[in-house]
Design a protein around this ligand. Structure first.
Ligand code: G
Ligand code: G
Ligand code: MN
Ligand code: NA
Length: 254
């Protein structure tokens, strides 16, 4: 497989980078956090979207070293922003199935917290609903160890999988992220509006923070605001940007 070799070389050649998308408090409009999103910039070609290479990286297992690089880089960045005197910002990192279930991720995060000086209280790990439901018992155990270190946990793409309310209650999580597919047609589709409302109510009844993803329009934003959603991310506020772009936003707010 040519792509597999290319991905392997990309790590060695340091062709990966992270962009960060602001997560905004809906009430105040303040940037409270960022989500780290992987980018691949080959030397002499156009940027490759993670949608194109993450599935292959998952299949081949390369997602483990790549994901480890993402985790370490995002944690170092969080510390660098603190050291630069910027207002504290929560950094969220996506964990893949293999990273979360196939290795001792809690142990690895513990090592990286020491190595990077990242503040665990400002680190969130995002795990998709489907990954959690692949092995709810192991997931609960791993999440418990991460939560004990002070790291926060979020369920990503919420609503696209099938978590039971019982397991949702057992997971030591802090946030639910409403999948972009429900936000997209929120203002046209009554079913999507009902689903979003139900997820907000569910999250709040369990004392969880709720974040809407993929918010593109003022109408969607107004709906989410009216219905008590806590935070949002999406093109309507900002696309994912290079770290310097985040720094500029945080300086404007400081
Ligand atoms: O940023 P973008 O929309 O291109 O991301 C496409 C997909 O890749 C999304 O589903 C996103 O969750 C996933 N993704 C982006 N960065 C990472 C990462 O660092 N690790 C994992 N596992 N998935 C990521
Ligand atoms: O799976 P995950 O939620 O981690 O993926 C986030 C992906 O969604 C990223 O690839 C990011 O670039 C993309 N994204 C972020 N905001 C928006 C948005 O407002 N609209 C659309 N279409 N995509 C978005
Ligand atoms: Mn995510
Ligand atoms: Na998502």
């Amino acid at each position: 497989l040519r792509m597999e070799g290319a991905l392997q070389r990309a790590l060695q050649r340091q062709e990966f980078l992270l962009h960060y998308q602001p997560v905004v408090d809906i009430g105040s409009g303040v940037v409270t956090g960022v989500e780290a999103l992987l980018r691949w910039q080959p030397l002499d070609r156009e940027m490759v979207s993670p949608a194109e290479f993450i599935p292959l990286a998952e299949e081949t297992g390369l997602i483990v070293p790549i994901g480890d690089w993402v985790l370490a880089t995002a944690m170092r960045q969080q510390k660098a922003w603190v050291d630069a005197g910027l207002p504290p910002v929560r950094v969220s990192v996506n964990l893949s199935a293999r990273q979360f279930l196939g290795q001792d991720v809690a142990q690895r995060v513990g090592v990286l917290l020491k190595e990077t000086g990242c503040d665990p209280a400002f680190l969130t790990l995002e795990i998709t609903e489907s990954v959690l439901m692949e092995n709810p018992v192991a997931a609960t155990e791993t999440m418990g160890r991460l939560a004990a270190m002070g790291v926060q946990l979020a369920i990503d793409d919420f609503g696209t999988g099938y978590s039971s309310l019982a397991s949702l209650k057992r997971f030591p999580i802090h946030s639910l992220k409403i999948d972009r597919s429900f936000v997209m047609d929120l203002t046209q589709d009554a079913d999507d509006a009902a689903i979003v409302n139900a997820v907000i109510a569910l999250a709040h009844s369990m004392k969880l923070n709720v974040i809407a993803e993929g918010v593109e329009t003022q109408e969607q934003l107004a709906f989410l605001q009216q219905h008590g959603c806590d935070q949002m991310q999406g093109y309507c506020f900002s696309r994912p940007v290079a770290p310097q772009g985040i720094e500029a936003m945080l300086r404007r707010e400081a």
